[in-house]
Design a protein around this ligand. Sequence first.
Ligand code: ASP
Length: 445
Amino acid sequence: MIKVVKFGGSSVANAAQFEKVKDIVNAEKDRKYIIVSACGKESFEDHKVTDLLYLCDAHIRYHVSYEELFQQIENKYRRIKEDLHLSIDLDKEFASIRNAIEKAASQDFIVSRGEYLTAKCLAEYINAEFVDAKDVIAFQYDGNIDLQKTQELIKKINTNKKIVIPGFYGALPNGIIKIMSRGGSDVTGSIVANVVDADVYENWTDVTGVYVADPRIIDNPLGIPRITYNELREMSYMGANVLHDDAVFPVRAKNIPINIKNTNKPEEPGTMIMEDCSEFDKKDPPHIVTGIAGKKDFTVITLSKSHSSTEVGFLRRLLSVFEDYQISIEAVPITVDTFSIIVVSESIQNCLYEIVSRLKNEFHPDEIKVEDRLSLIAVVGRSMKSVPGMSGRLLSEFGSNQINIKIINQSADELSIVVGVDNKDFEKSIQCIYDRFVLEEKVSV
Ligand code: ASP
């Protein structure tokens, strides 16, 4: 069995966290490939190393001294070295980073140093082999990962020890360091899991898996024991902050489950993310609702025009106006002769009046209305389709809680029902769905 394990920034924020990581890694010999983020915040007032490195880079670009910021980063690693009695030559490491900076190092190089240094310290501490991501994570020039080359490079690693690889970056074919987008260590872990054909990809963080609902809204929400990749995609699209979006594809391509675990509570099972949960669901029926996620601040532009519903191409022409402004559309509920276009308010704020006046001039509607402060809430659950009357019950729950529903949308696969309510009803809506369909009900399949 091969496990790829990734530790996020909070799992390596200081020496005490390093100790927990060591215990976790040593607890199972299968935990062979270890991917690590840069040190995260130790406390609320502290800063993530990657954020400090981005700030250093901005200072360098504007010729402002970066010394004070860099010192904060140095201090963090020196403290870890001292507390863990490491022998890593940090003077040499920092001198070489400064030297690269003097020679106009790229932003990608500078911000990747957090992962690089954290991985070096961790490898020494757990007596594992440090393998630089620039030598094994291969980017193509178009910015995509070259999985085949990455696989060849990782297969060439010759050691009996466990392997520590920094997350978040790799190298272009010419050897130049290239980073991923923020949170990219999740992606590195997933890529490594893919190329080594791991049995599981463990993603260790500071929460006990994926929660049914946002803990900022629901007090102590239940964790989700199992969730499918499709359900997770629905939830993250609607705002649940779980994994980097690009981290699912590489493991999903090989049907490798992801296990989200808590470094601070390793005994808890966390959340398993997989293609198909049905085998497990038979033994342990899940809740009707797997998760609830939502976002505030959408704008709805509603256009009504007699006979437009029978006019071929009307909707396409309507949507193309939004496309001209590069506005992504969230949903398009349609009734007879009335079309509502829902978009993220922020994305349209600079061109809303222009769009509305174009719609008036080009479509001559009978009426056009703009409403903002709309929230969308996705109620997600693989079991919902086996429960007749589910949407009716969901809607009546809103009714009995005096919440006015403005929009309803159910995907054809019945995996999610999206409900639009006024921003002021957002939290209350989530709470009532949670109480009724998560705390009260389970389903048998
Ligand atoms: N350190 C990087 C960031 O803060 C990458 C990561 O943590 O995954 O975005």
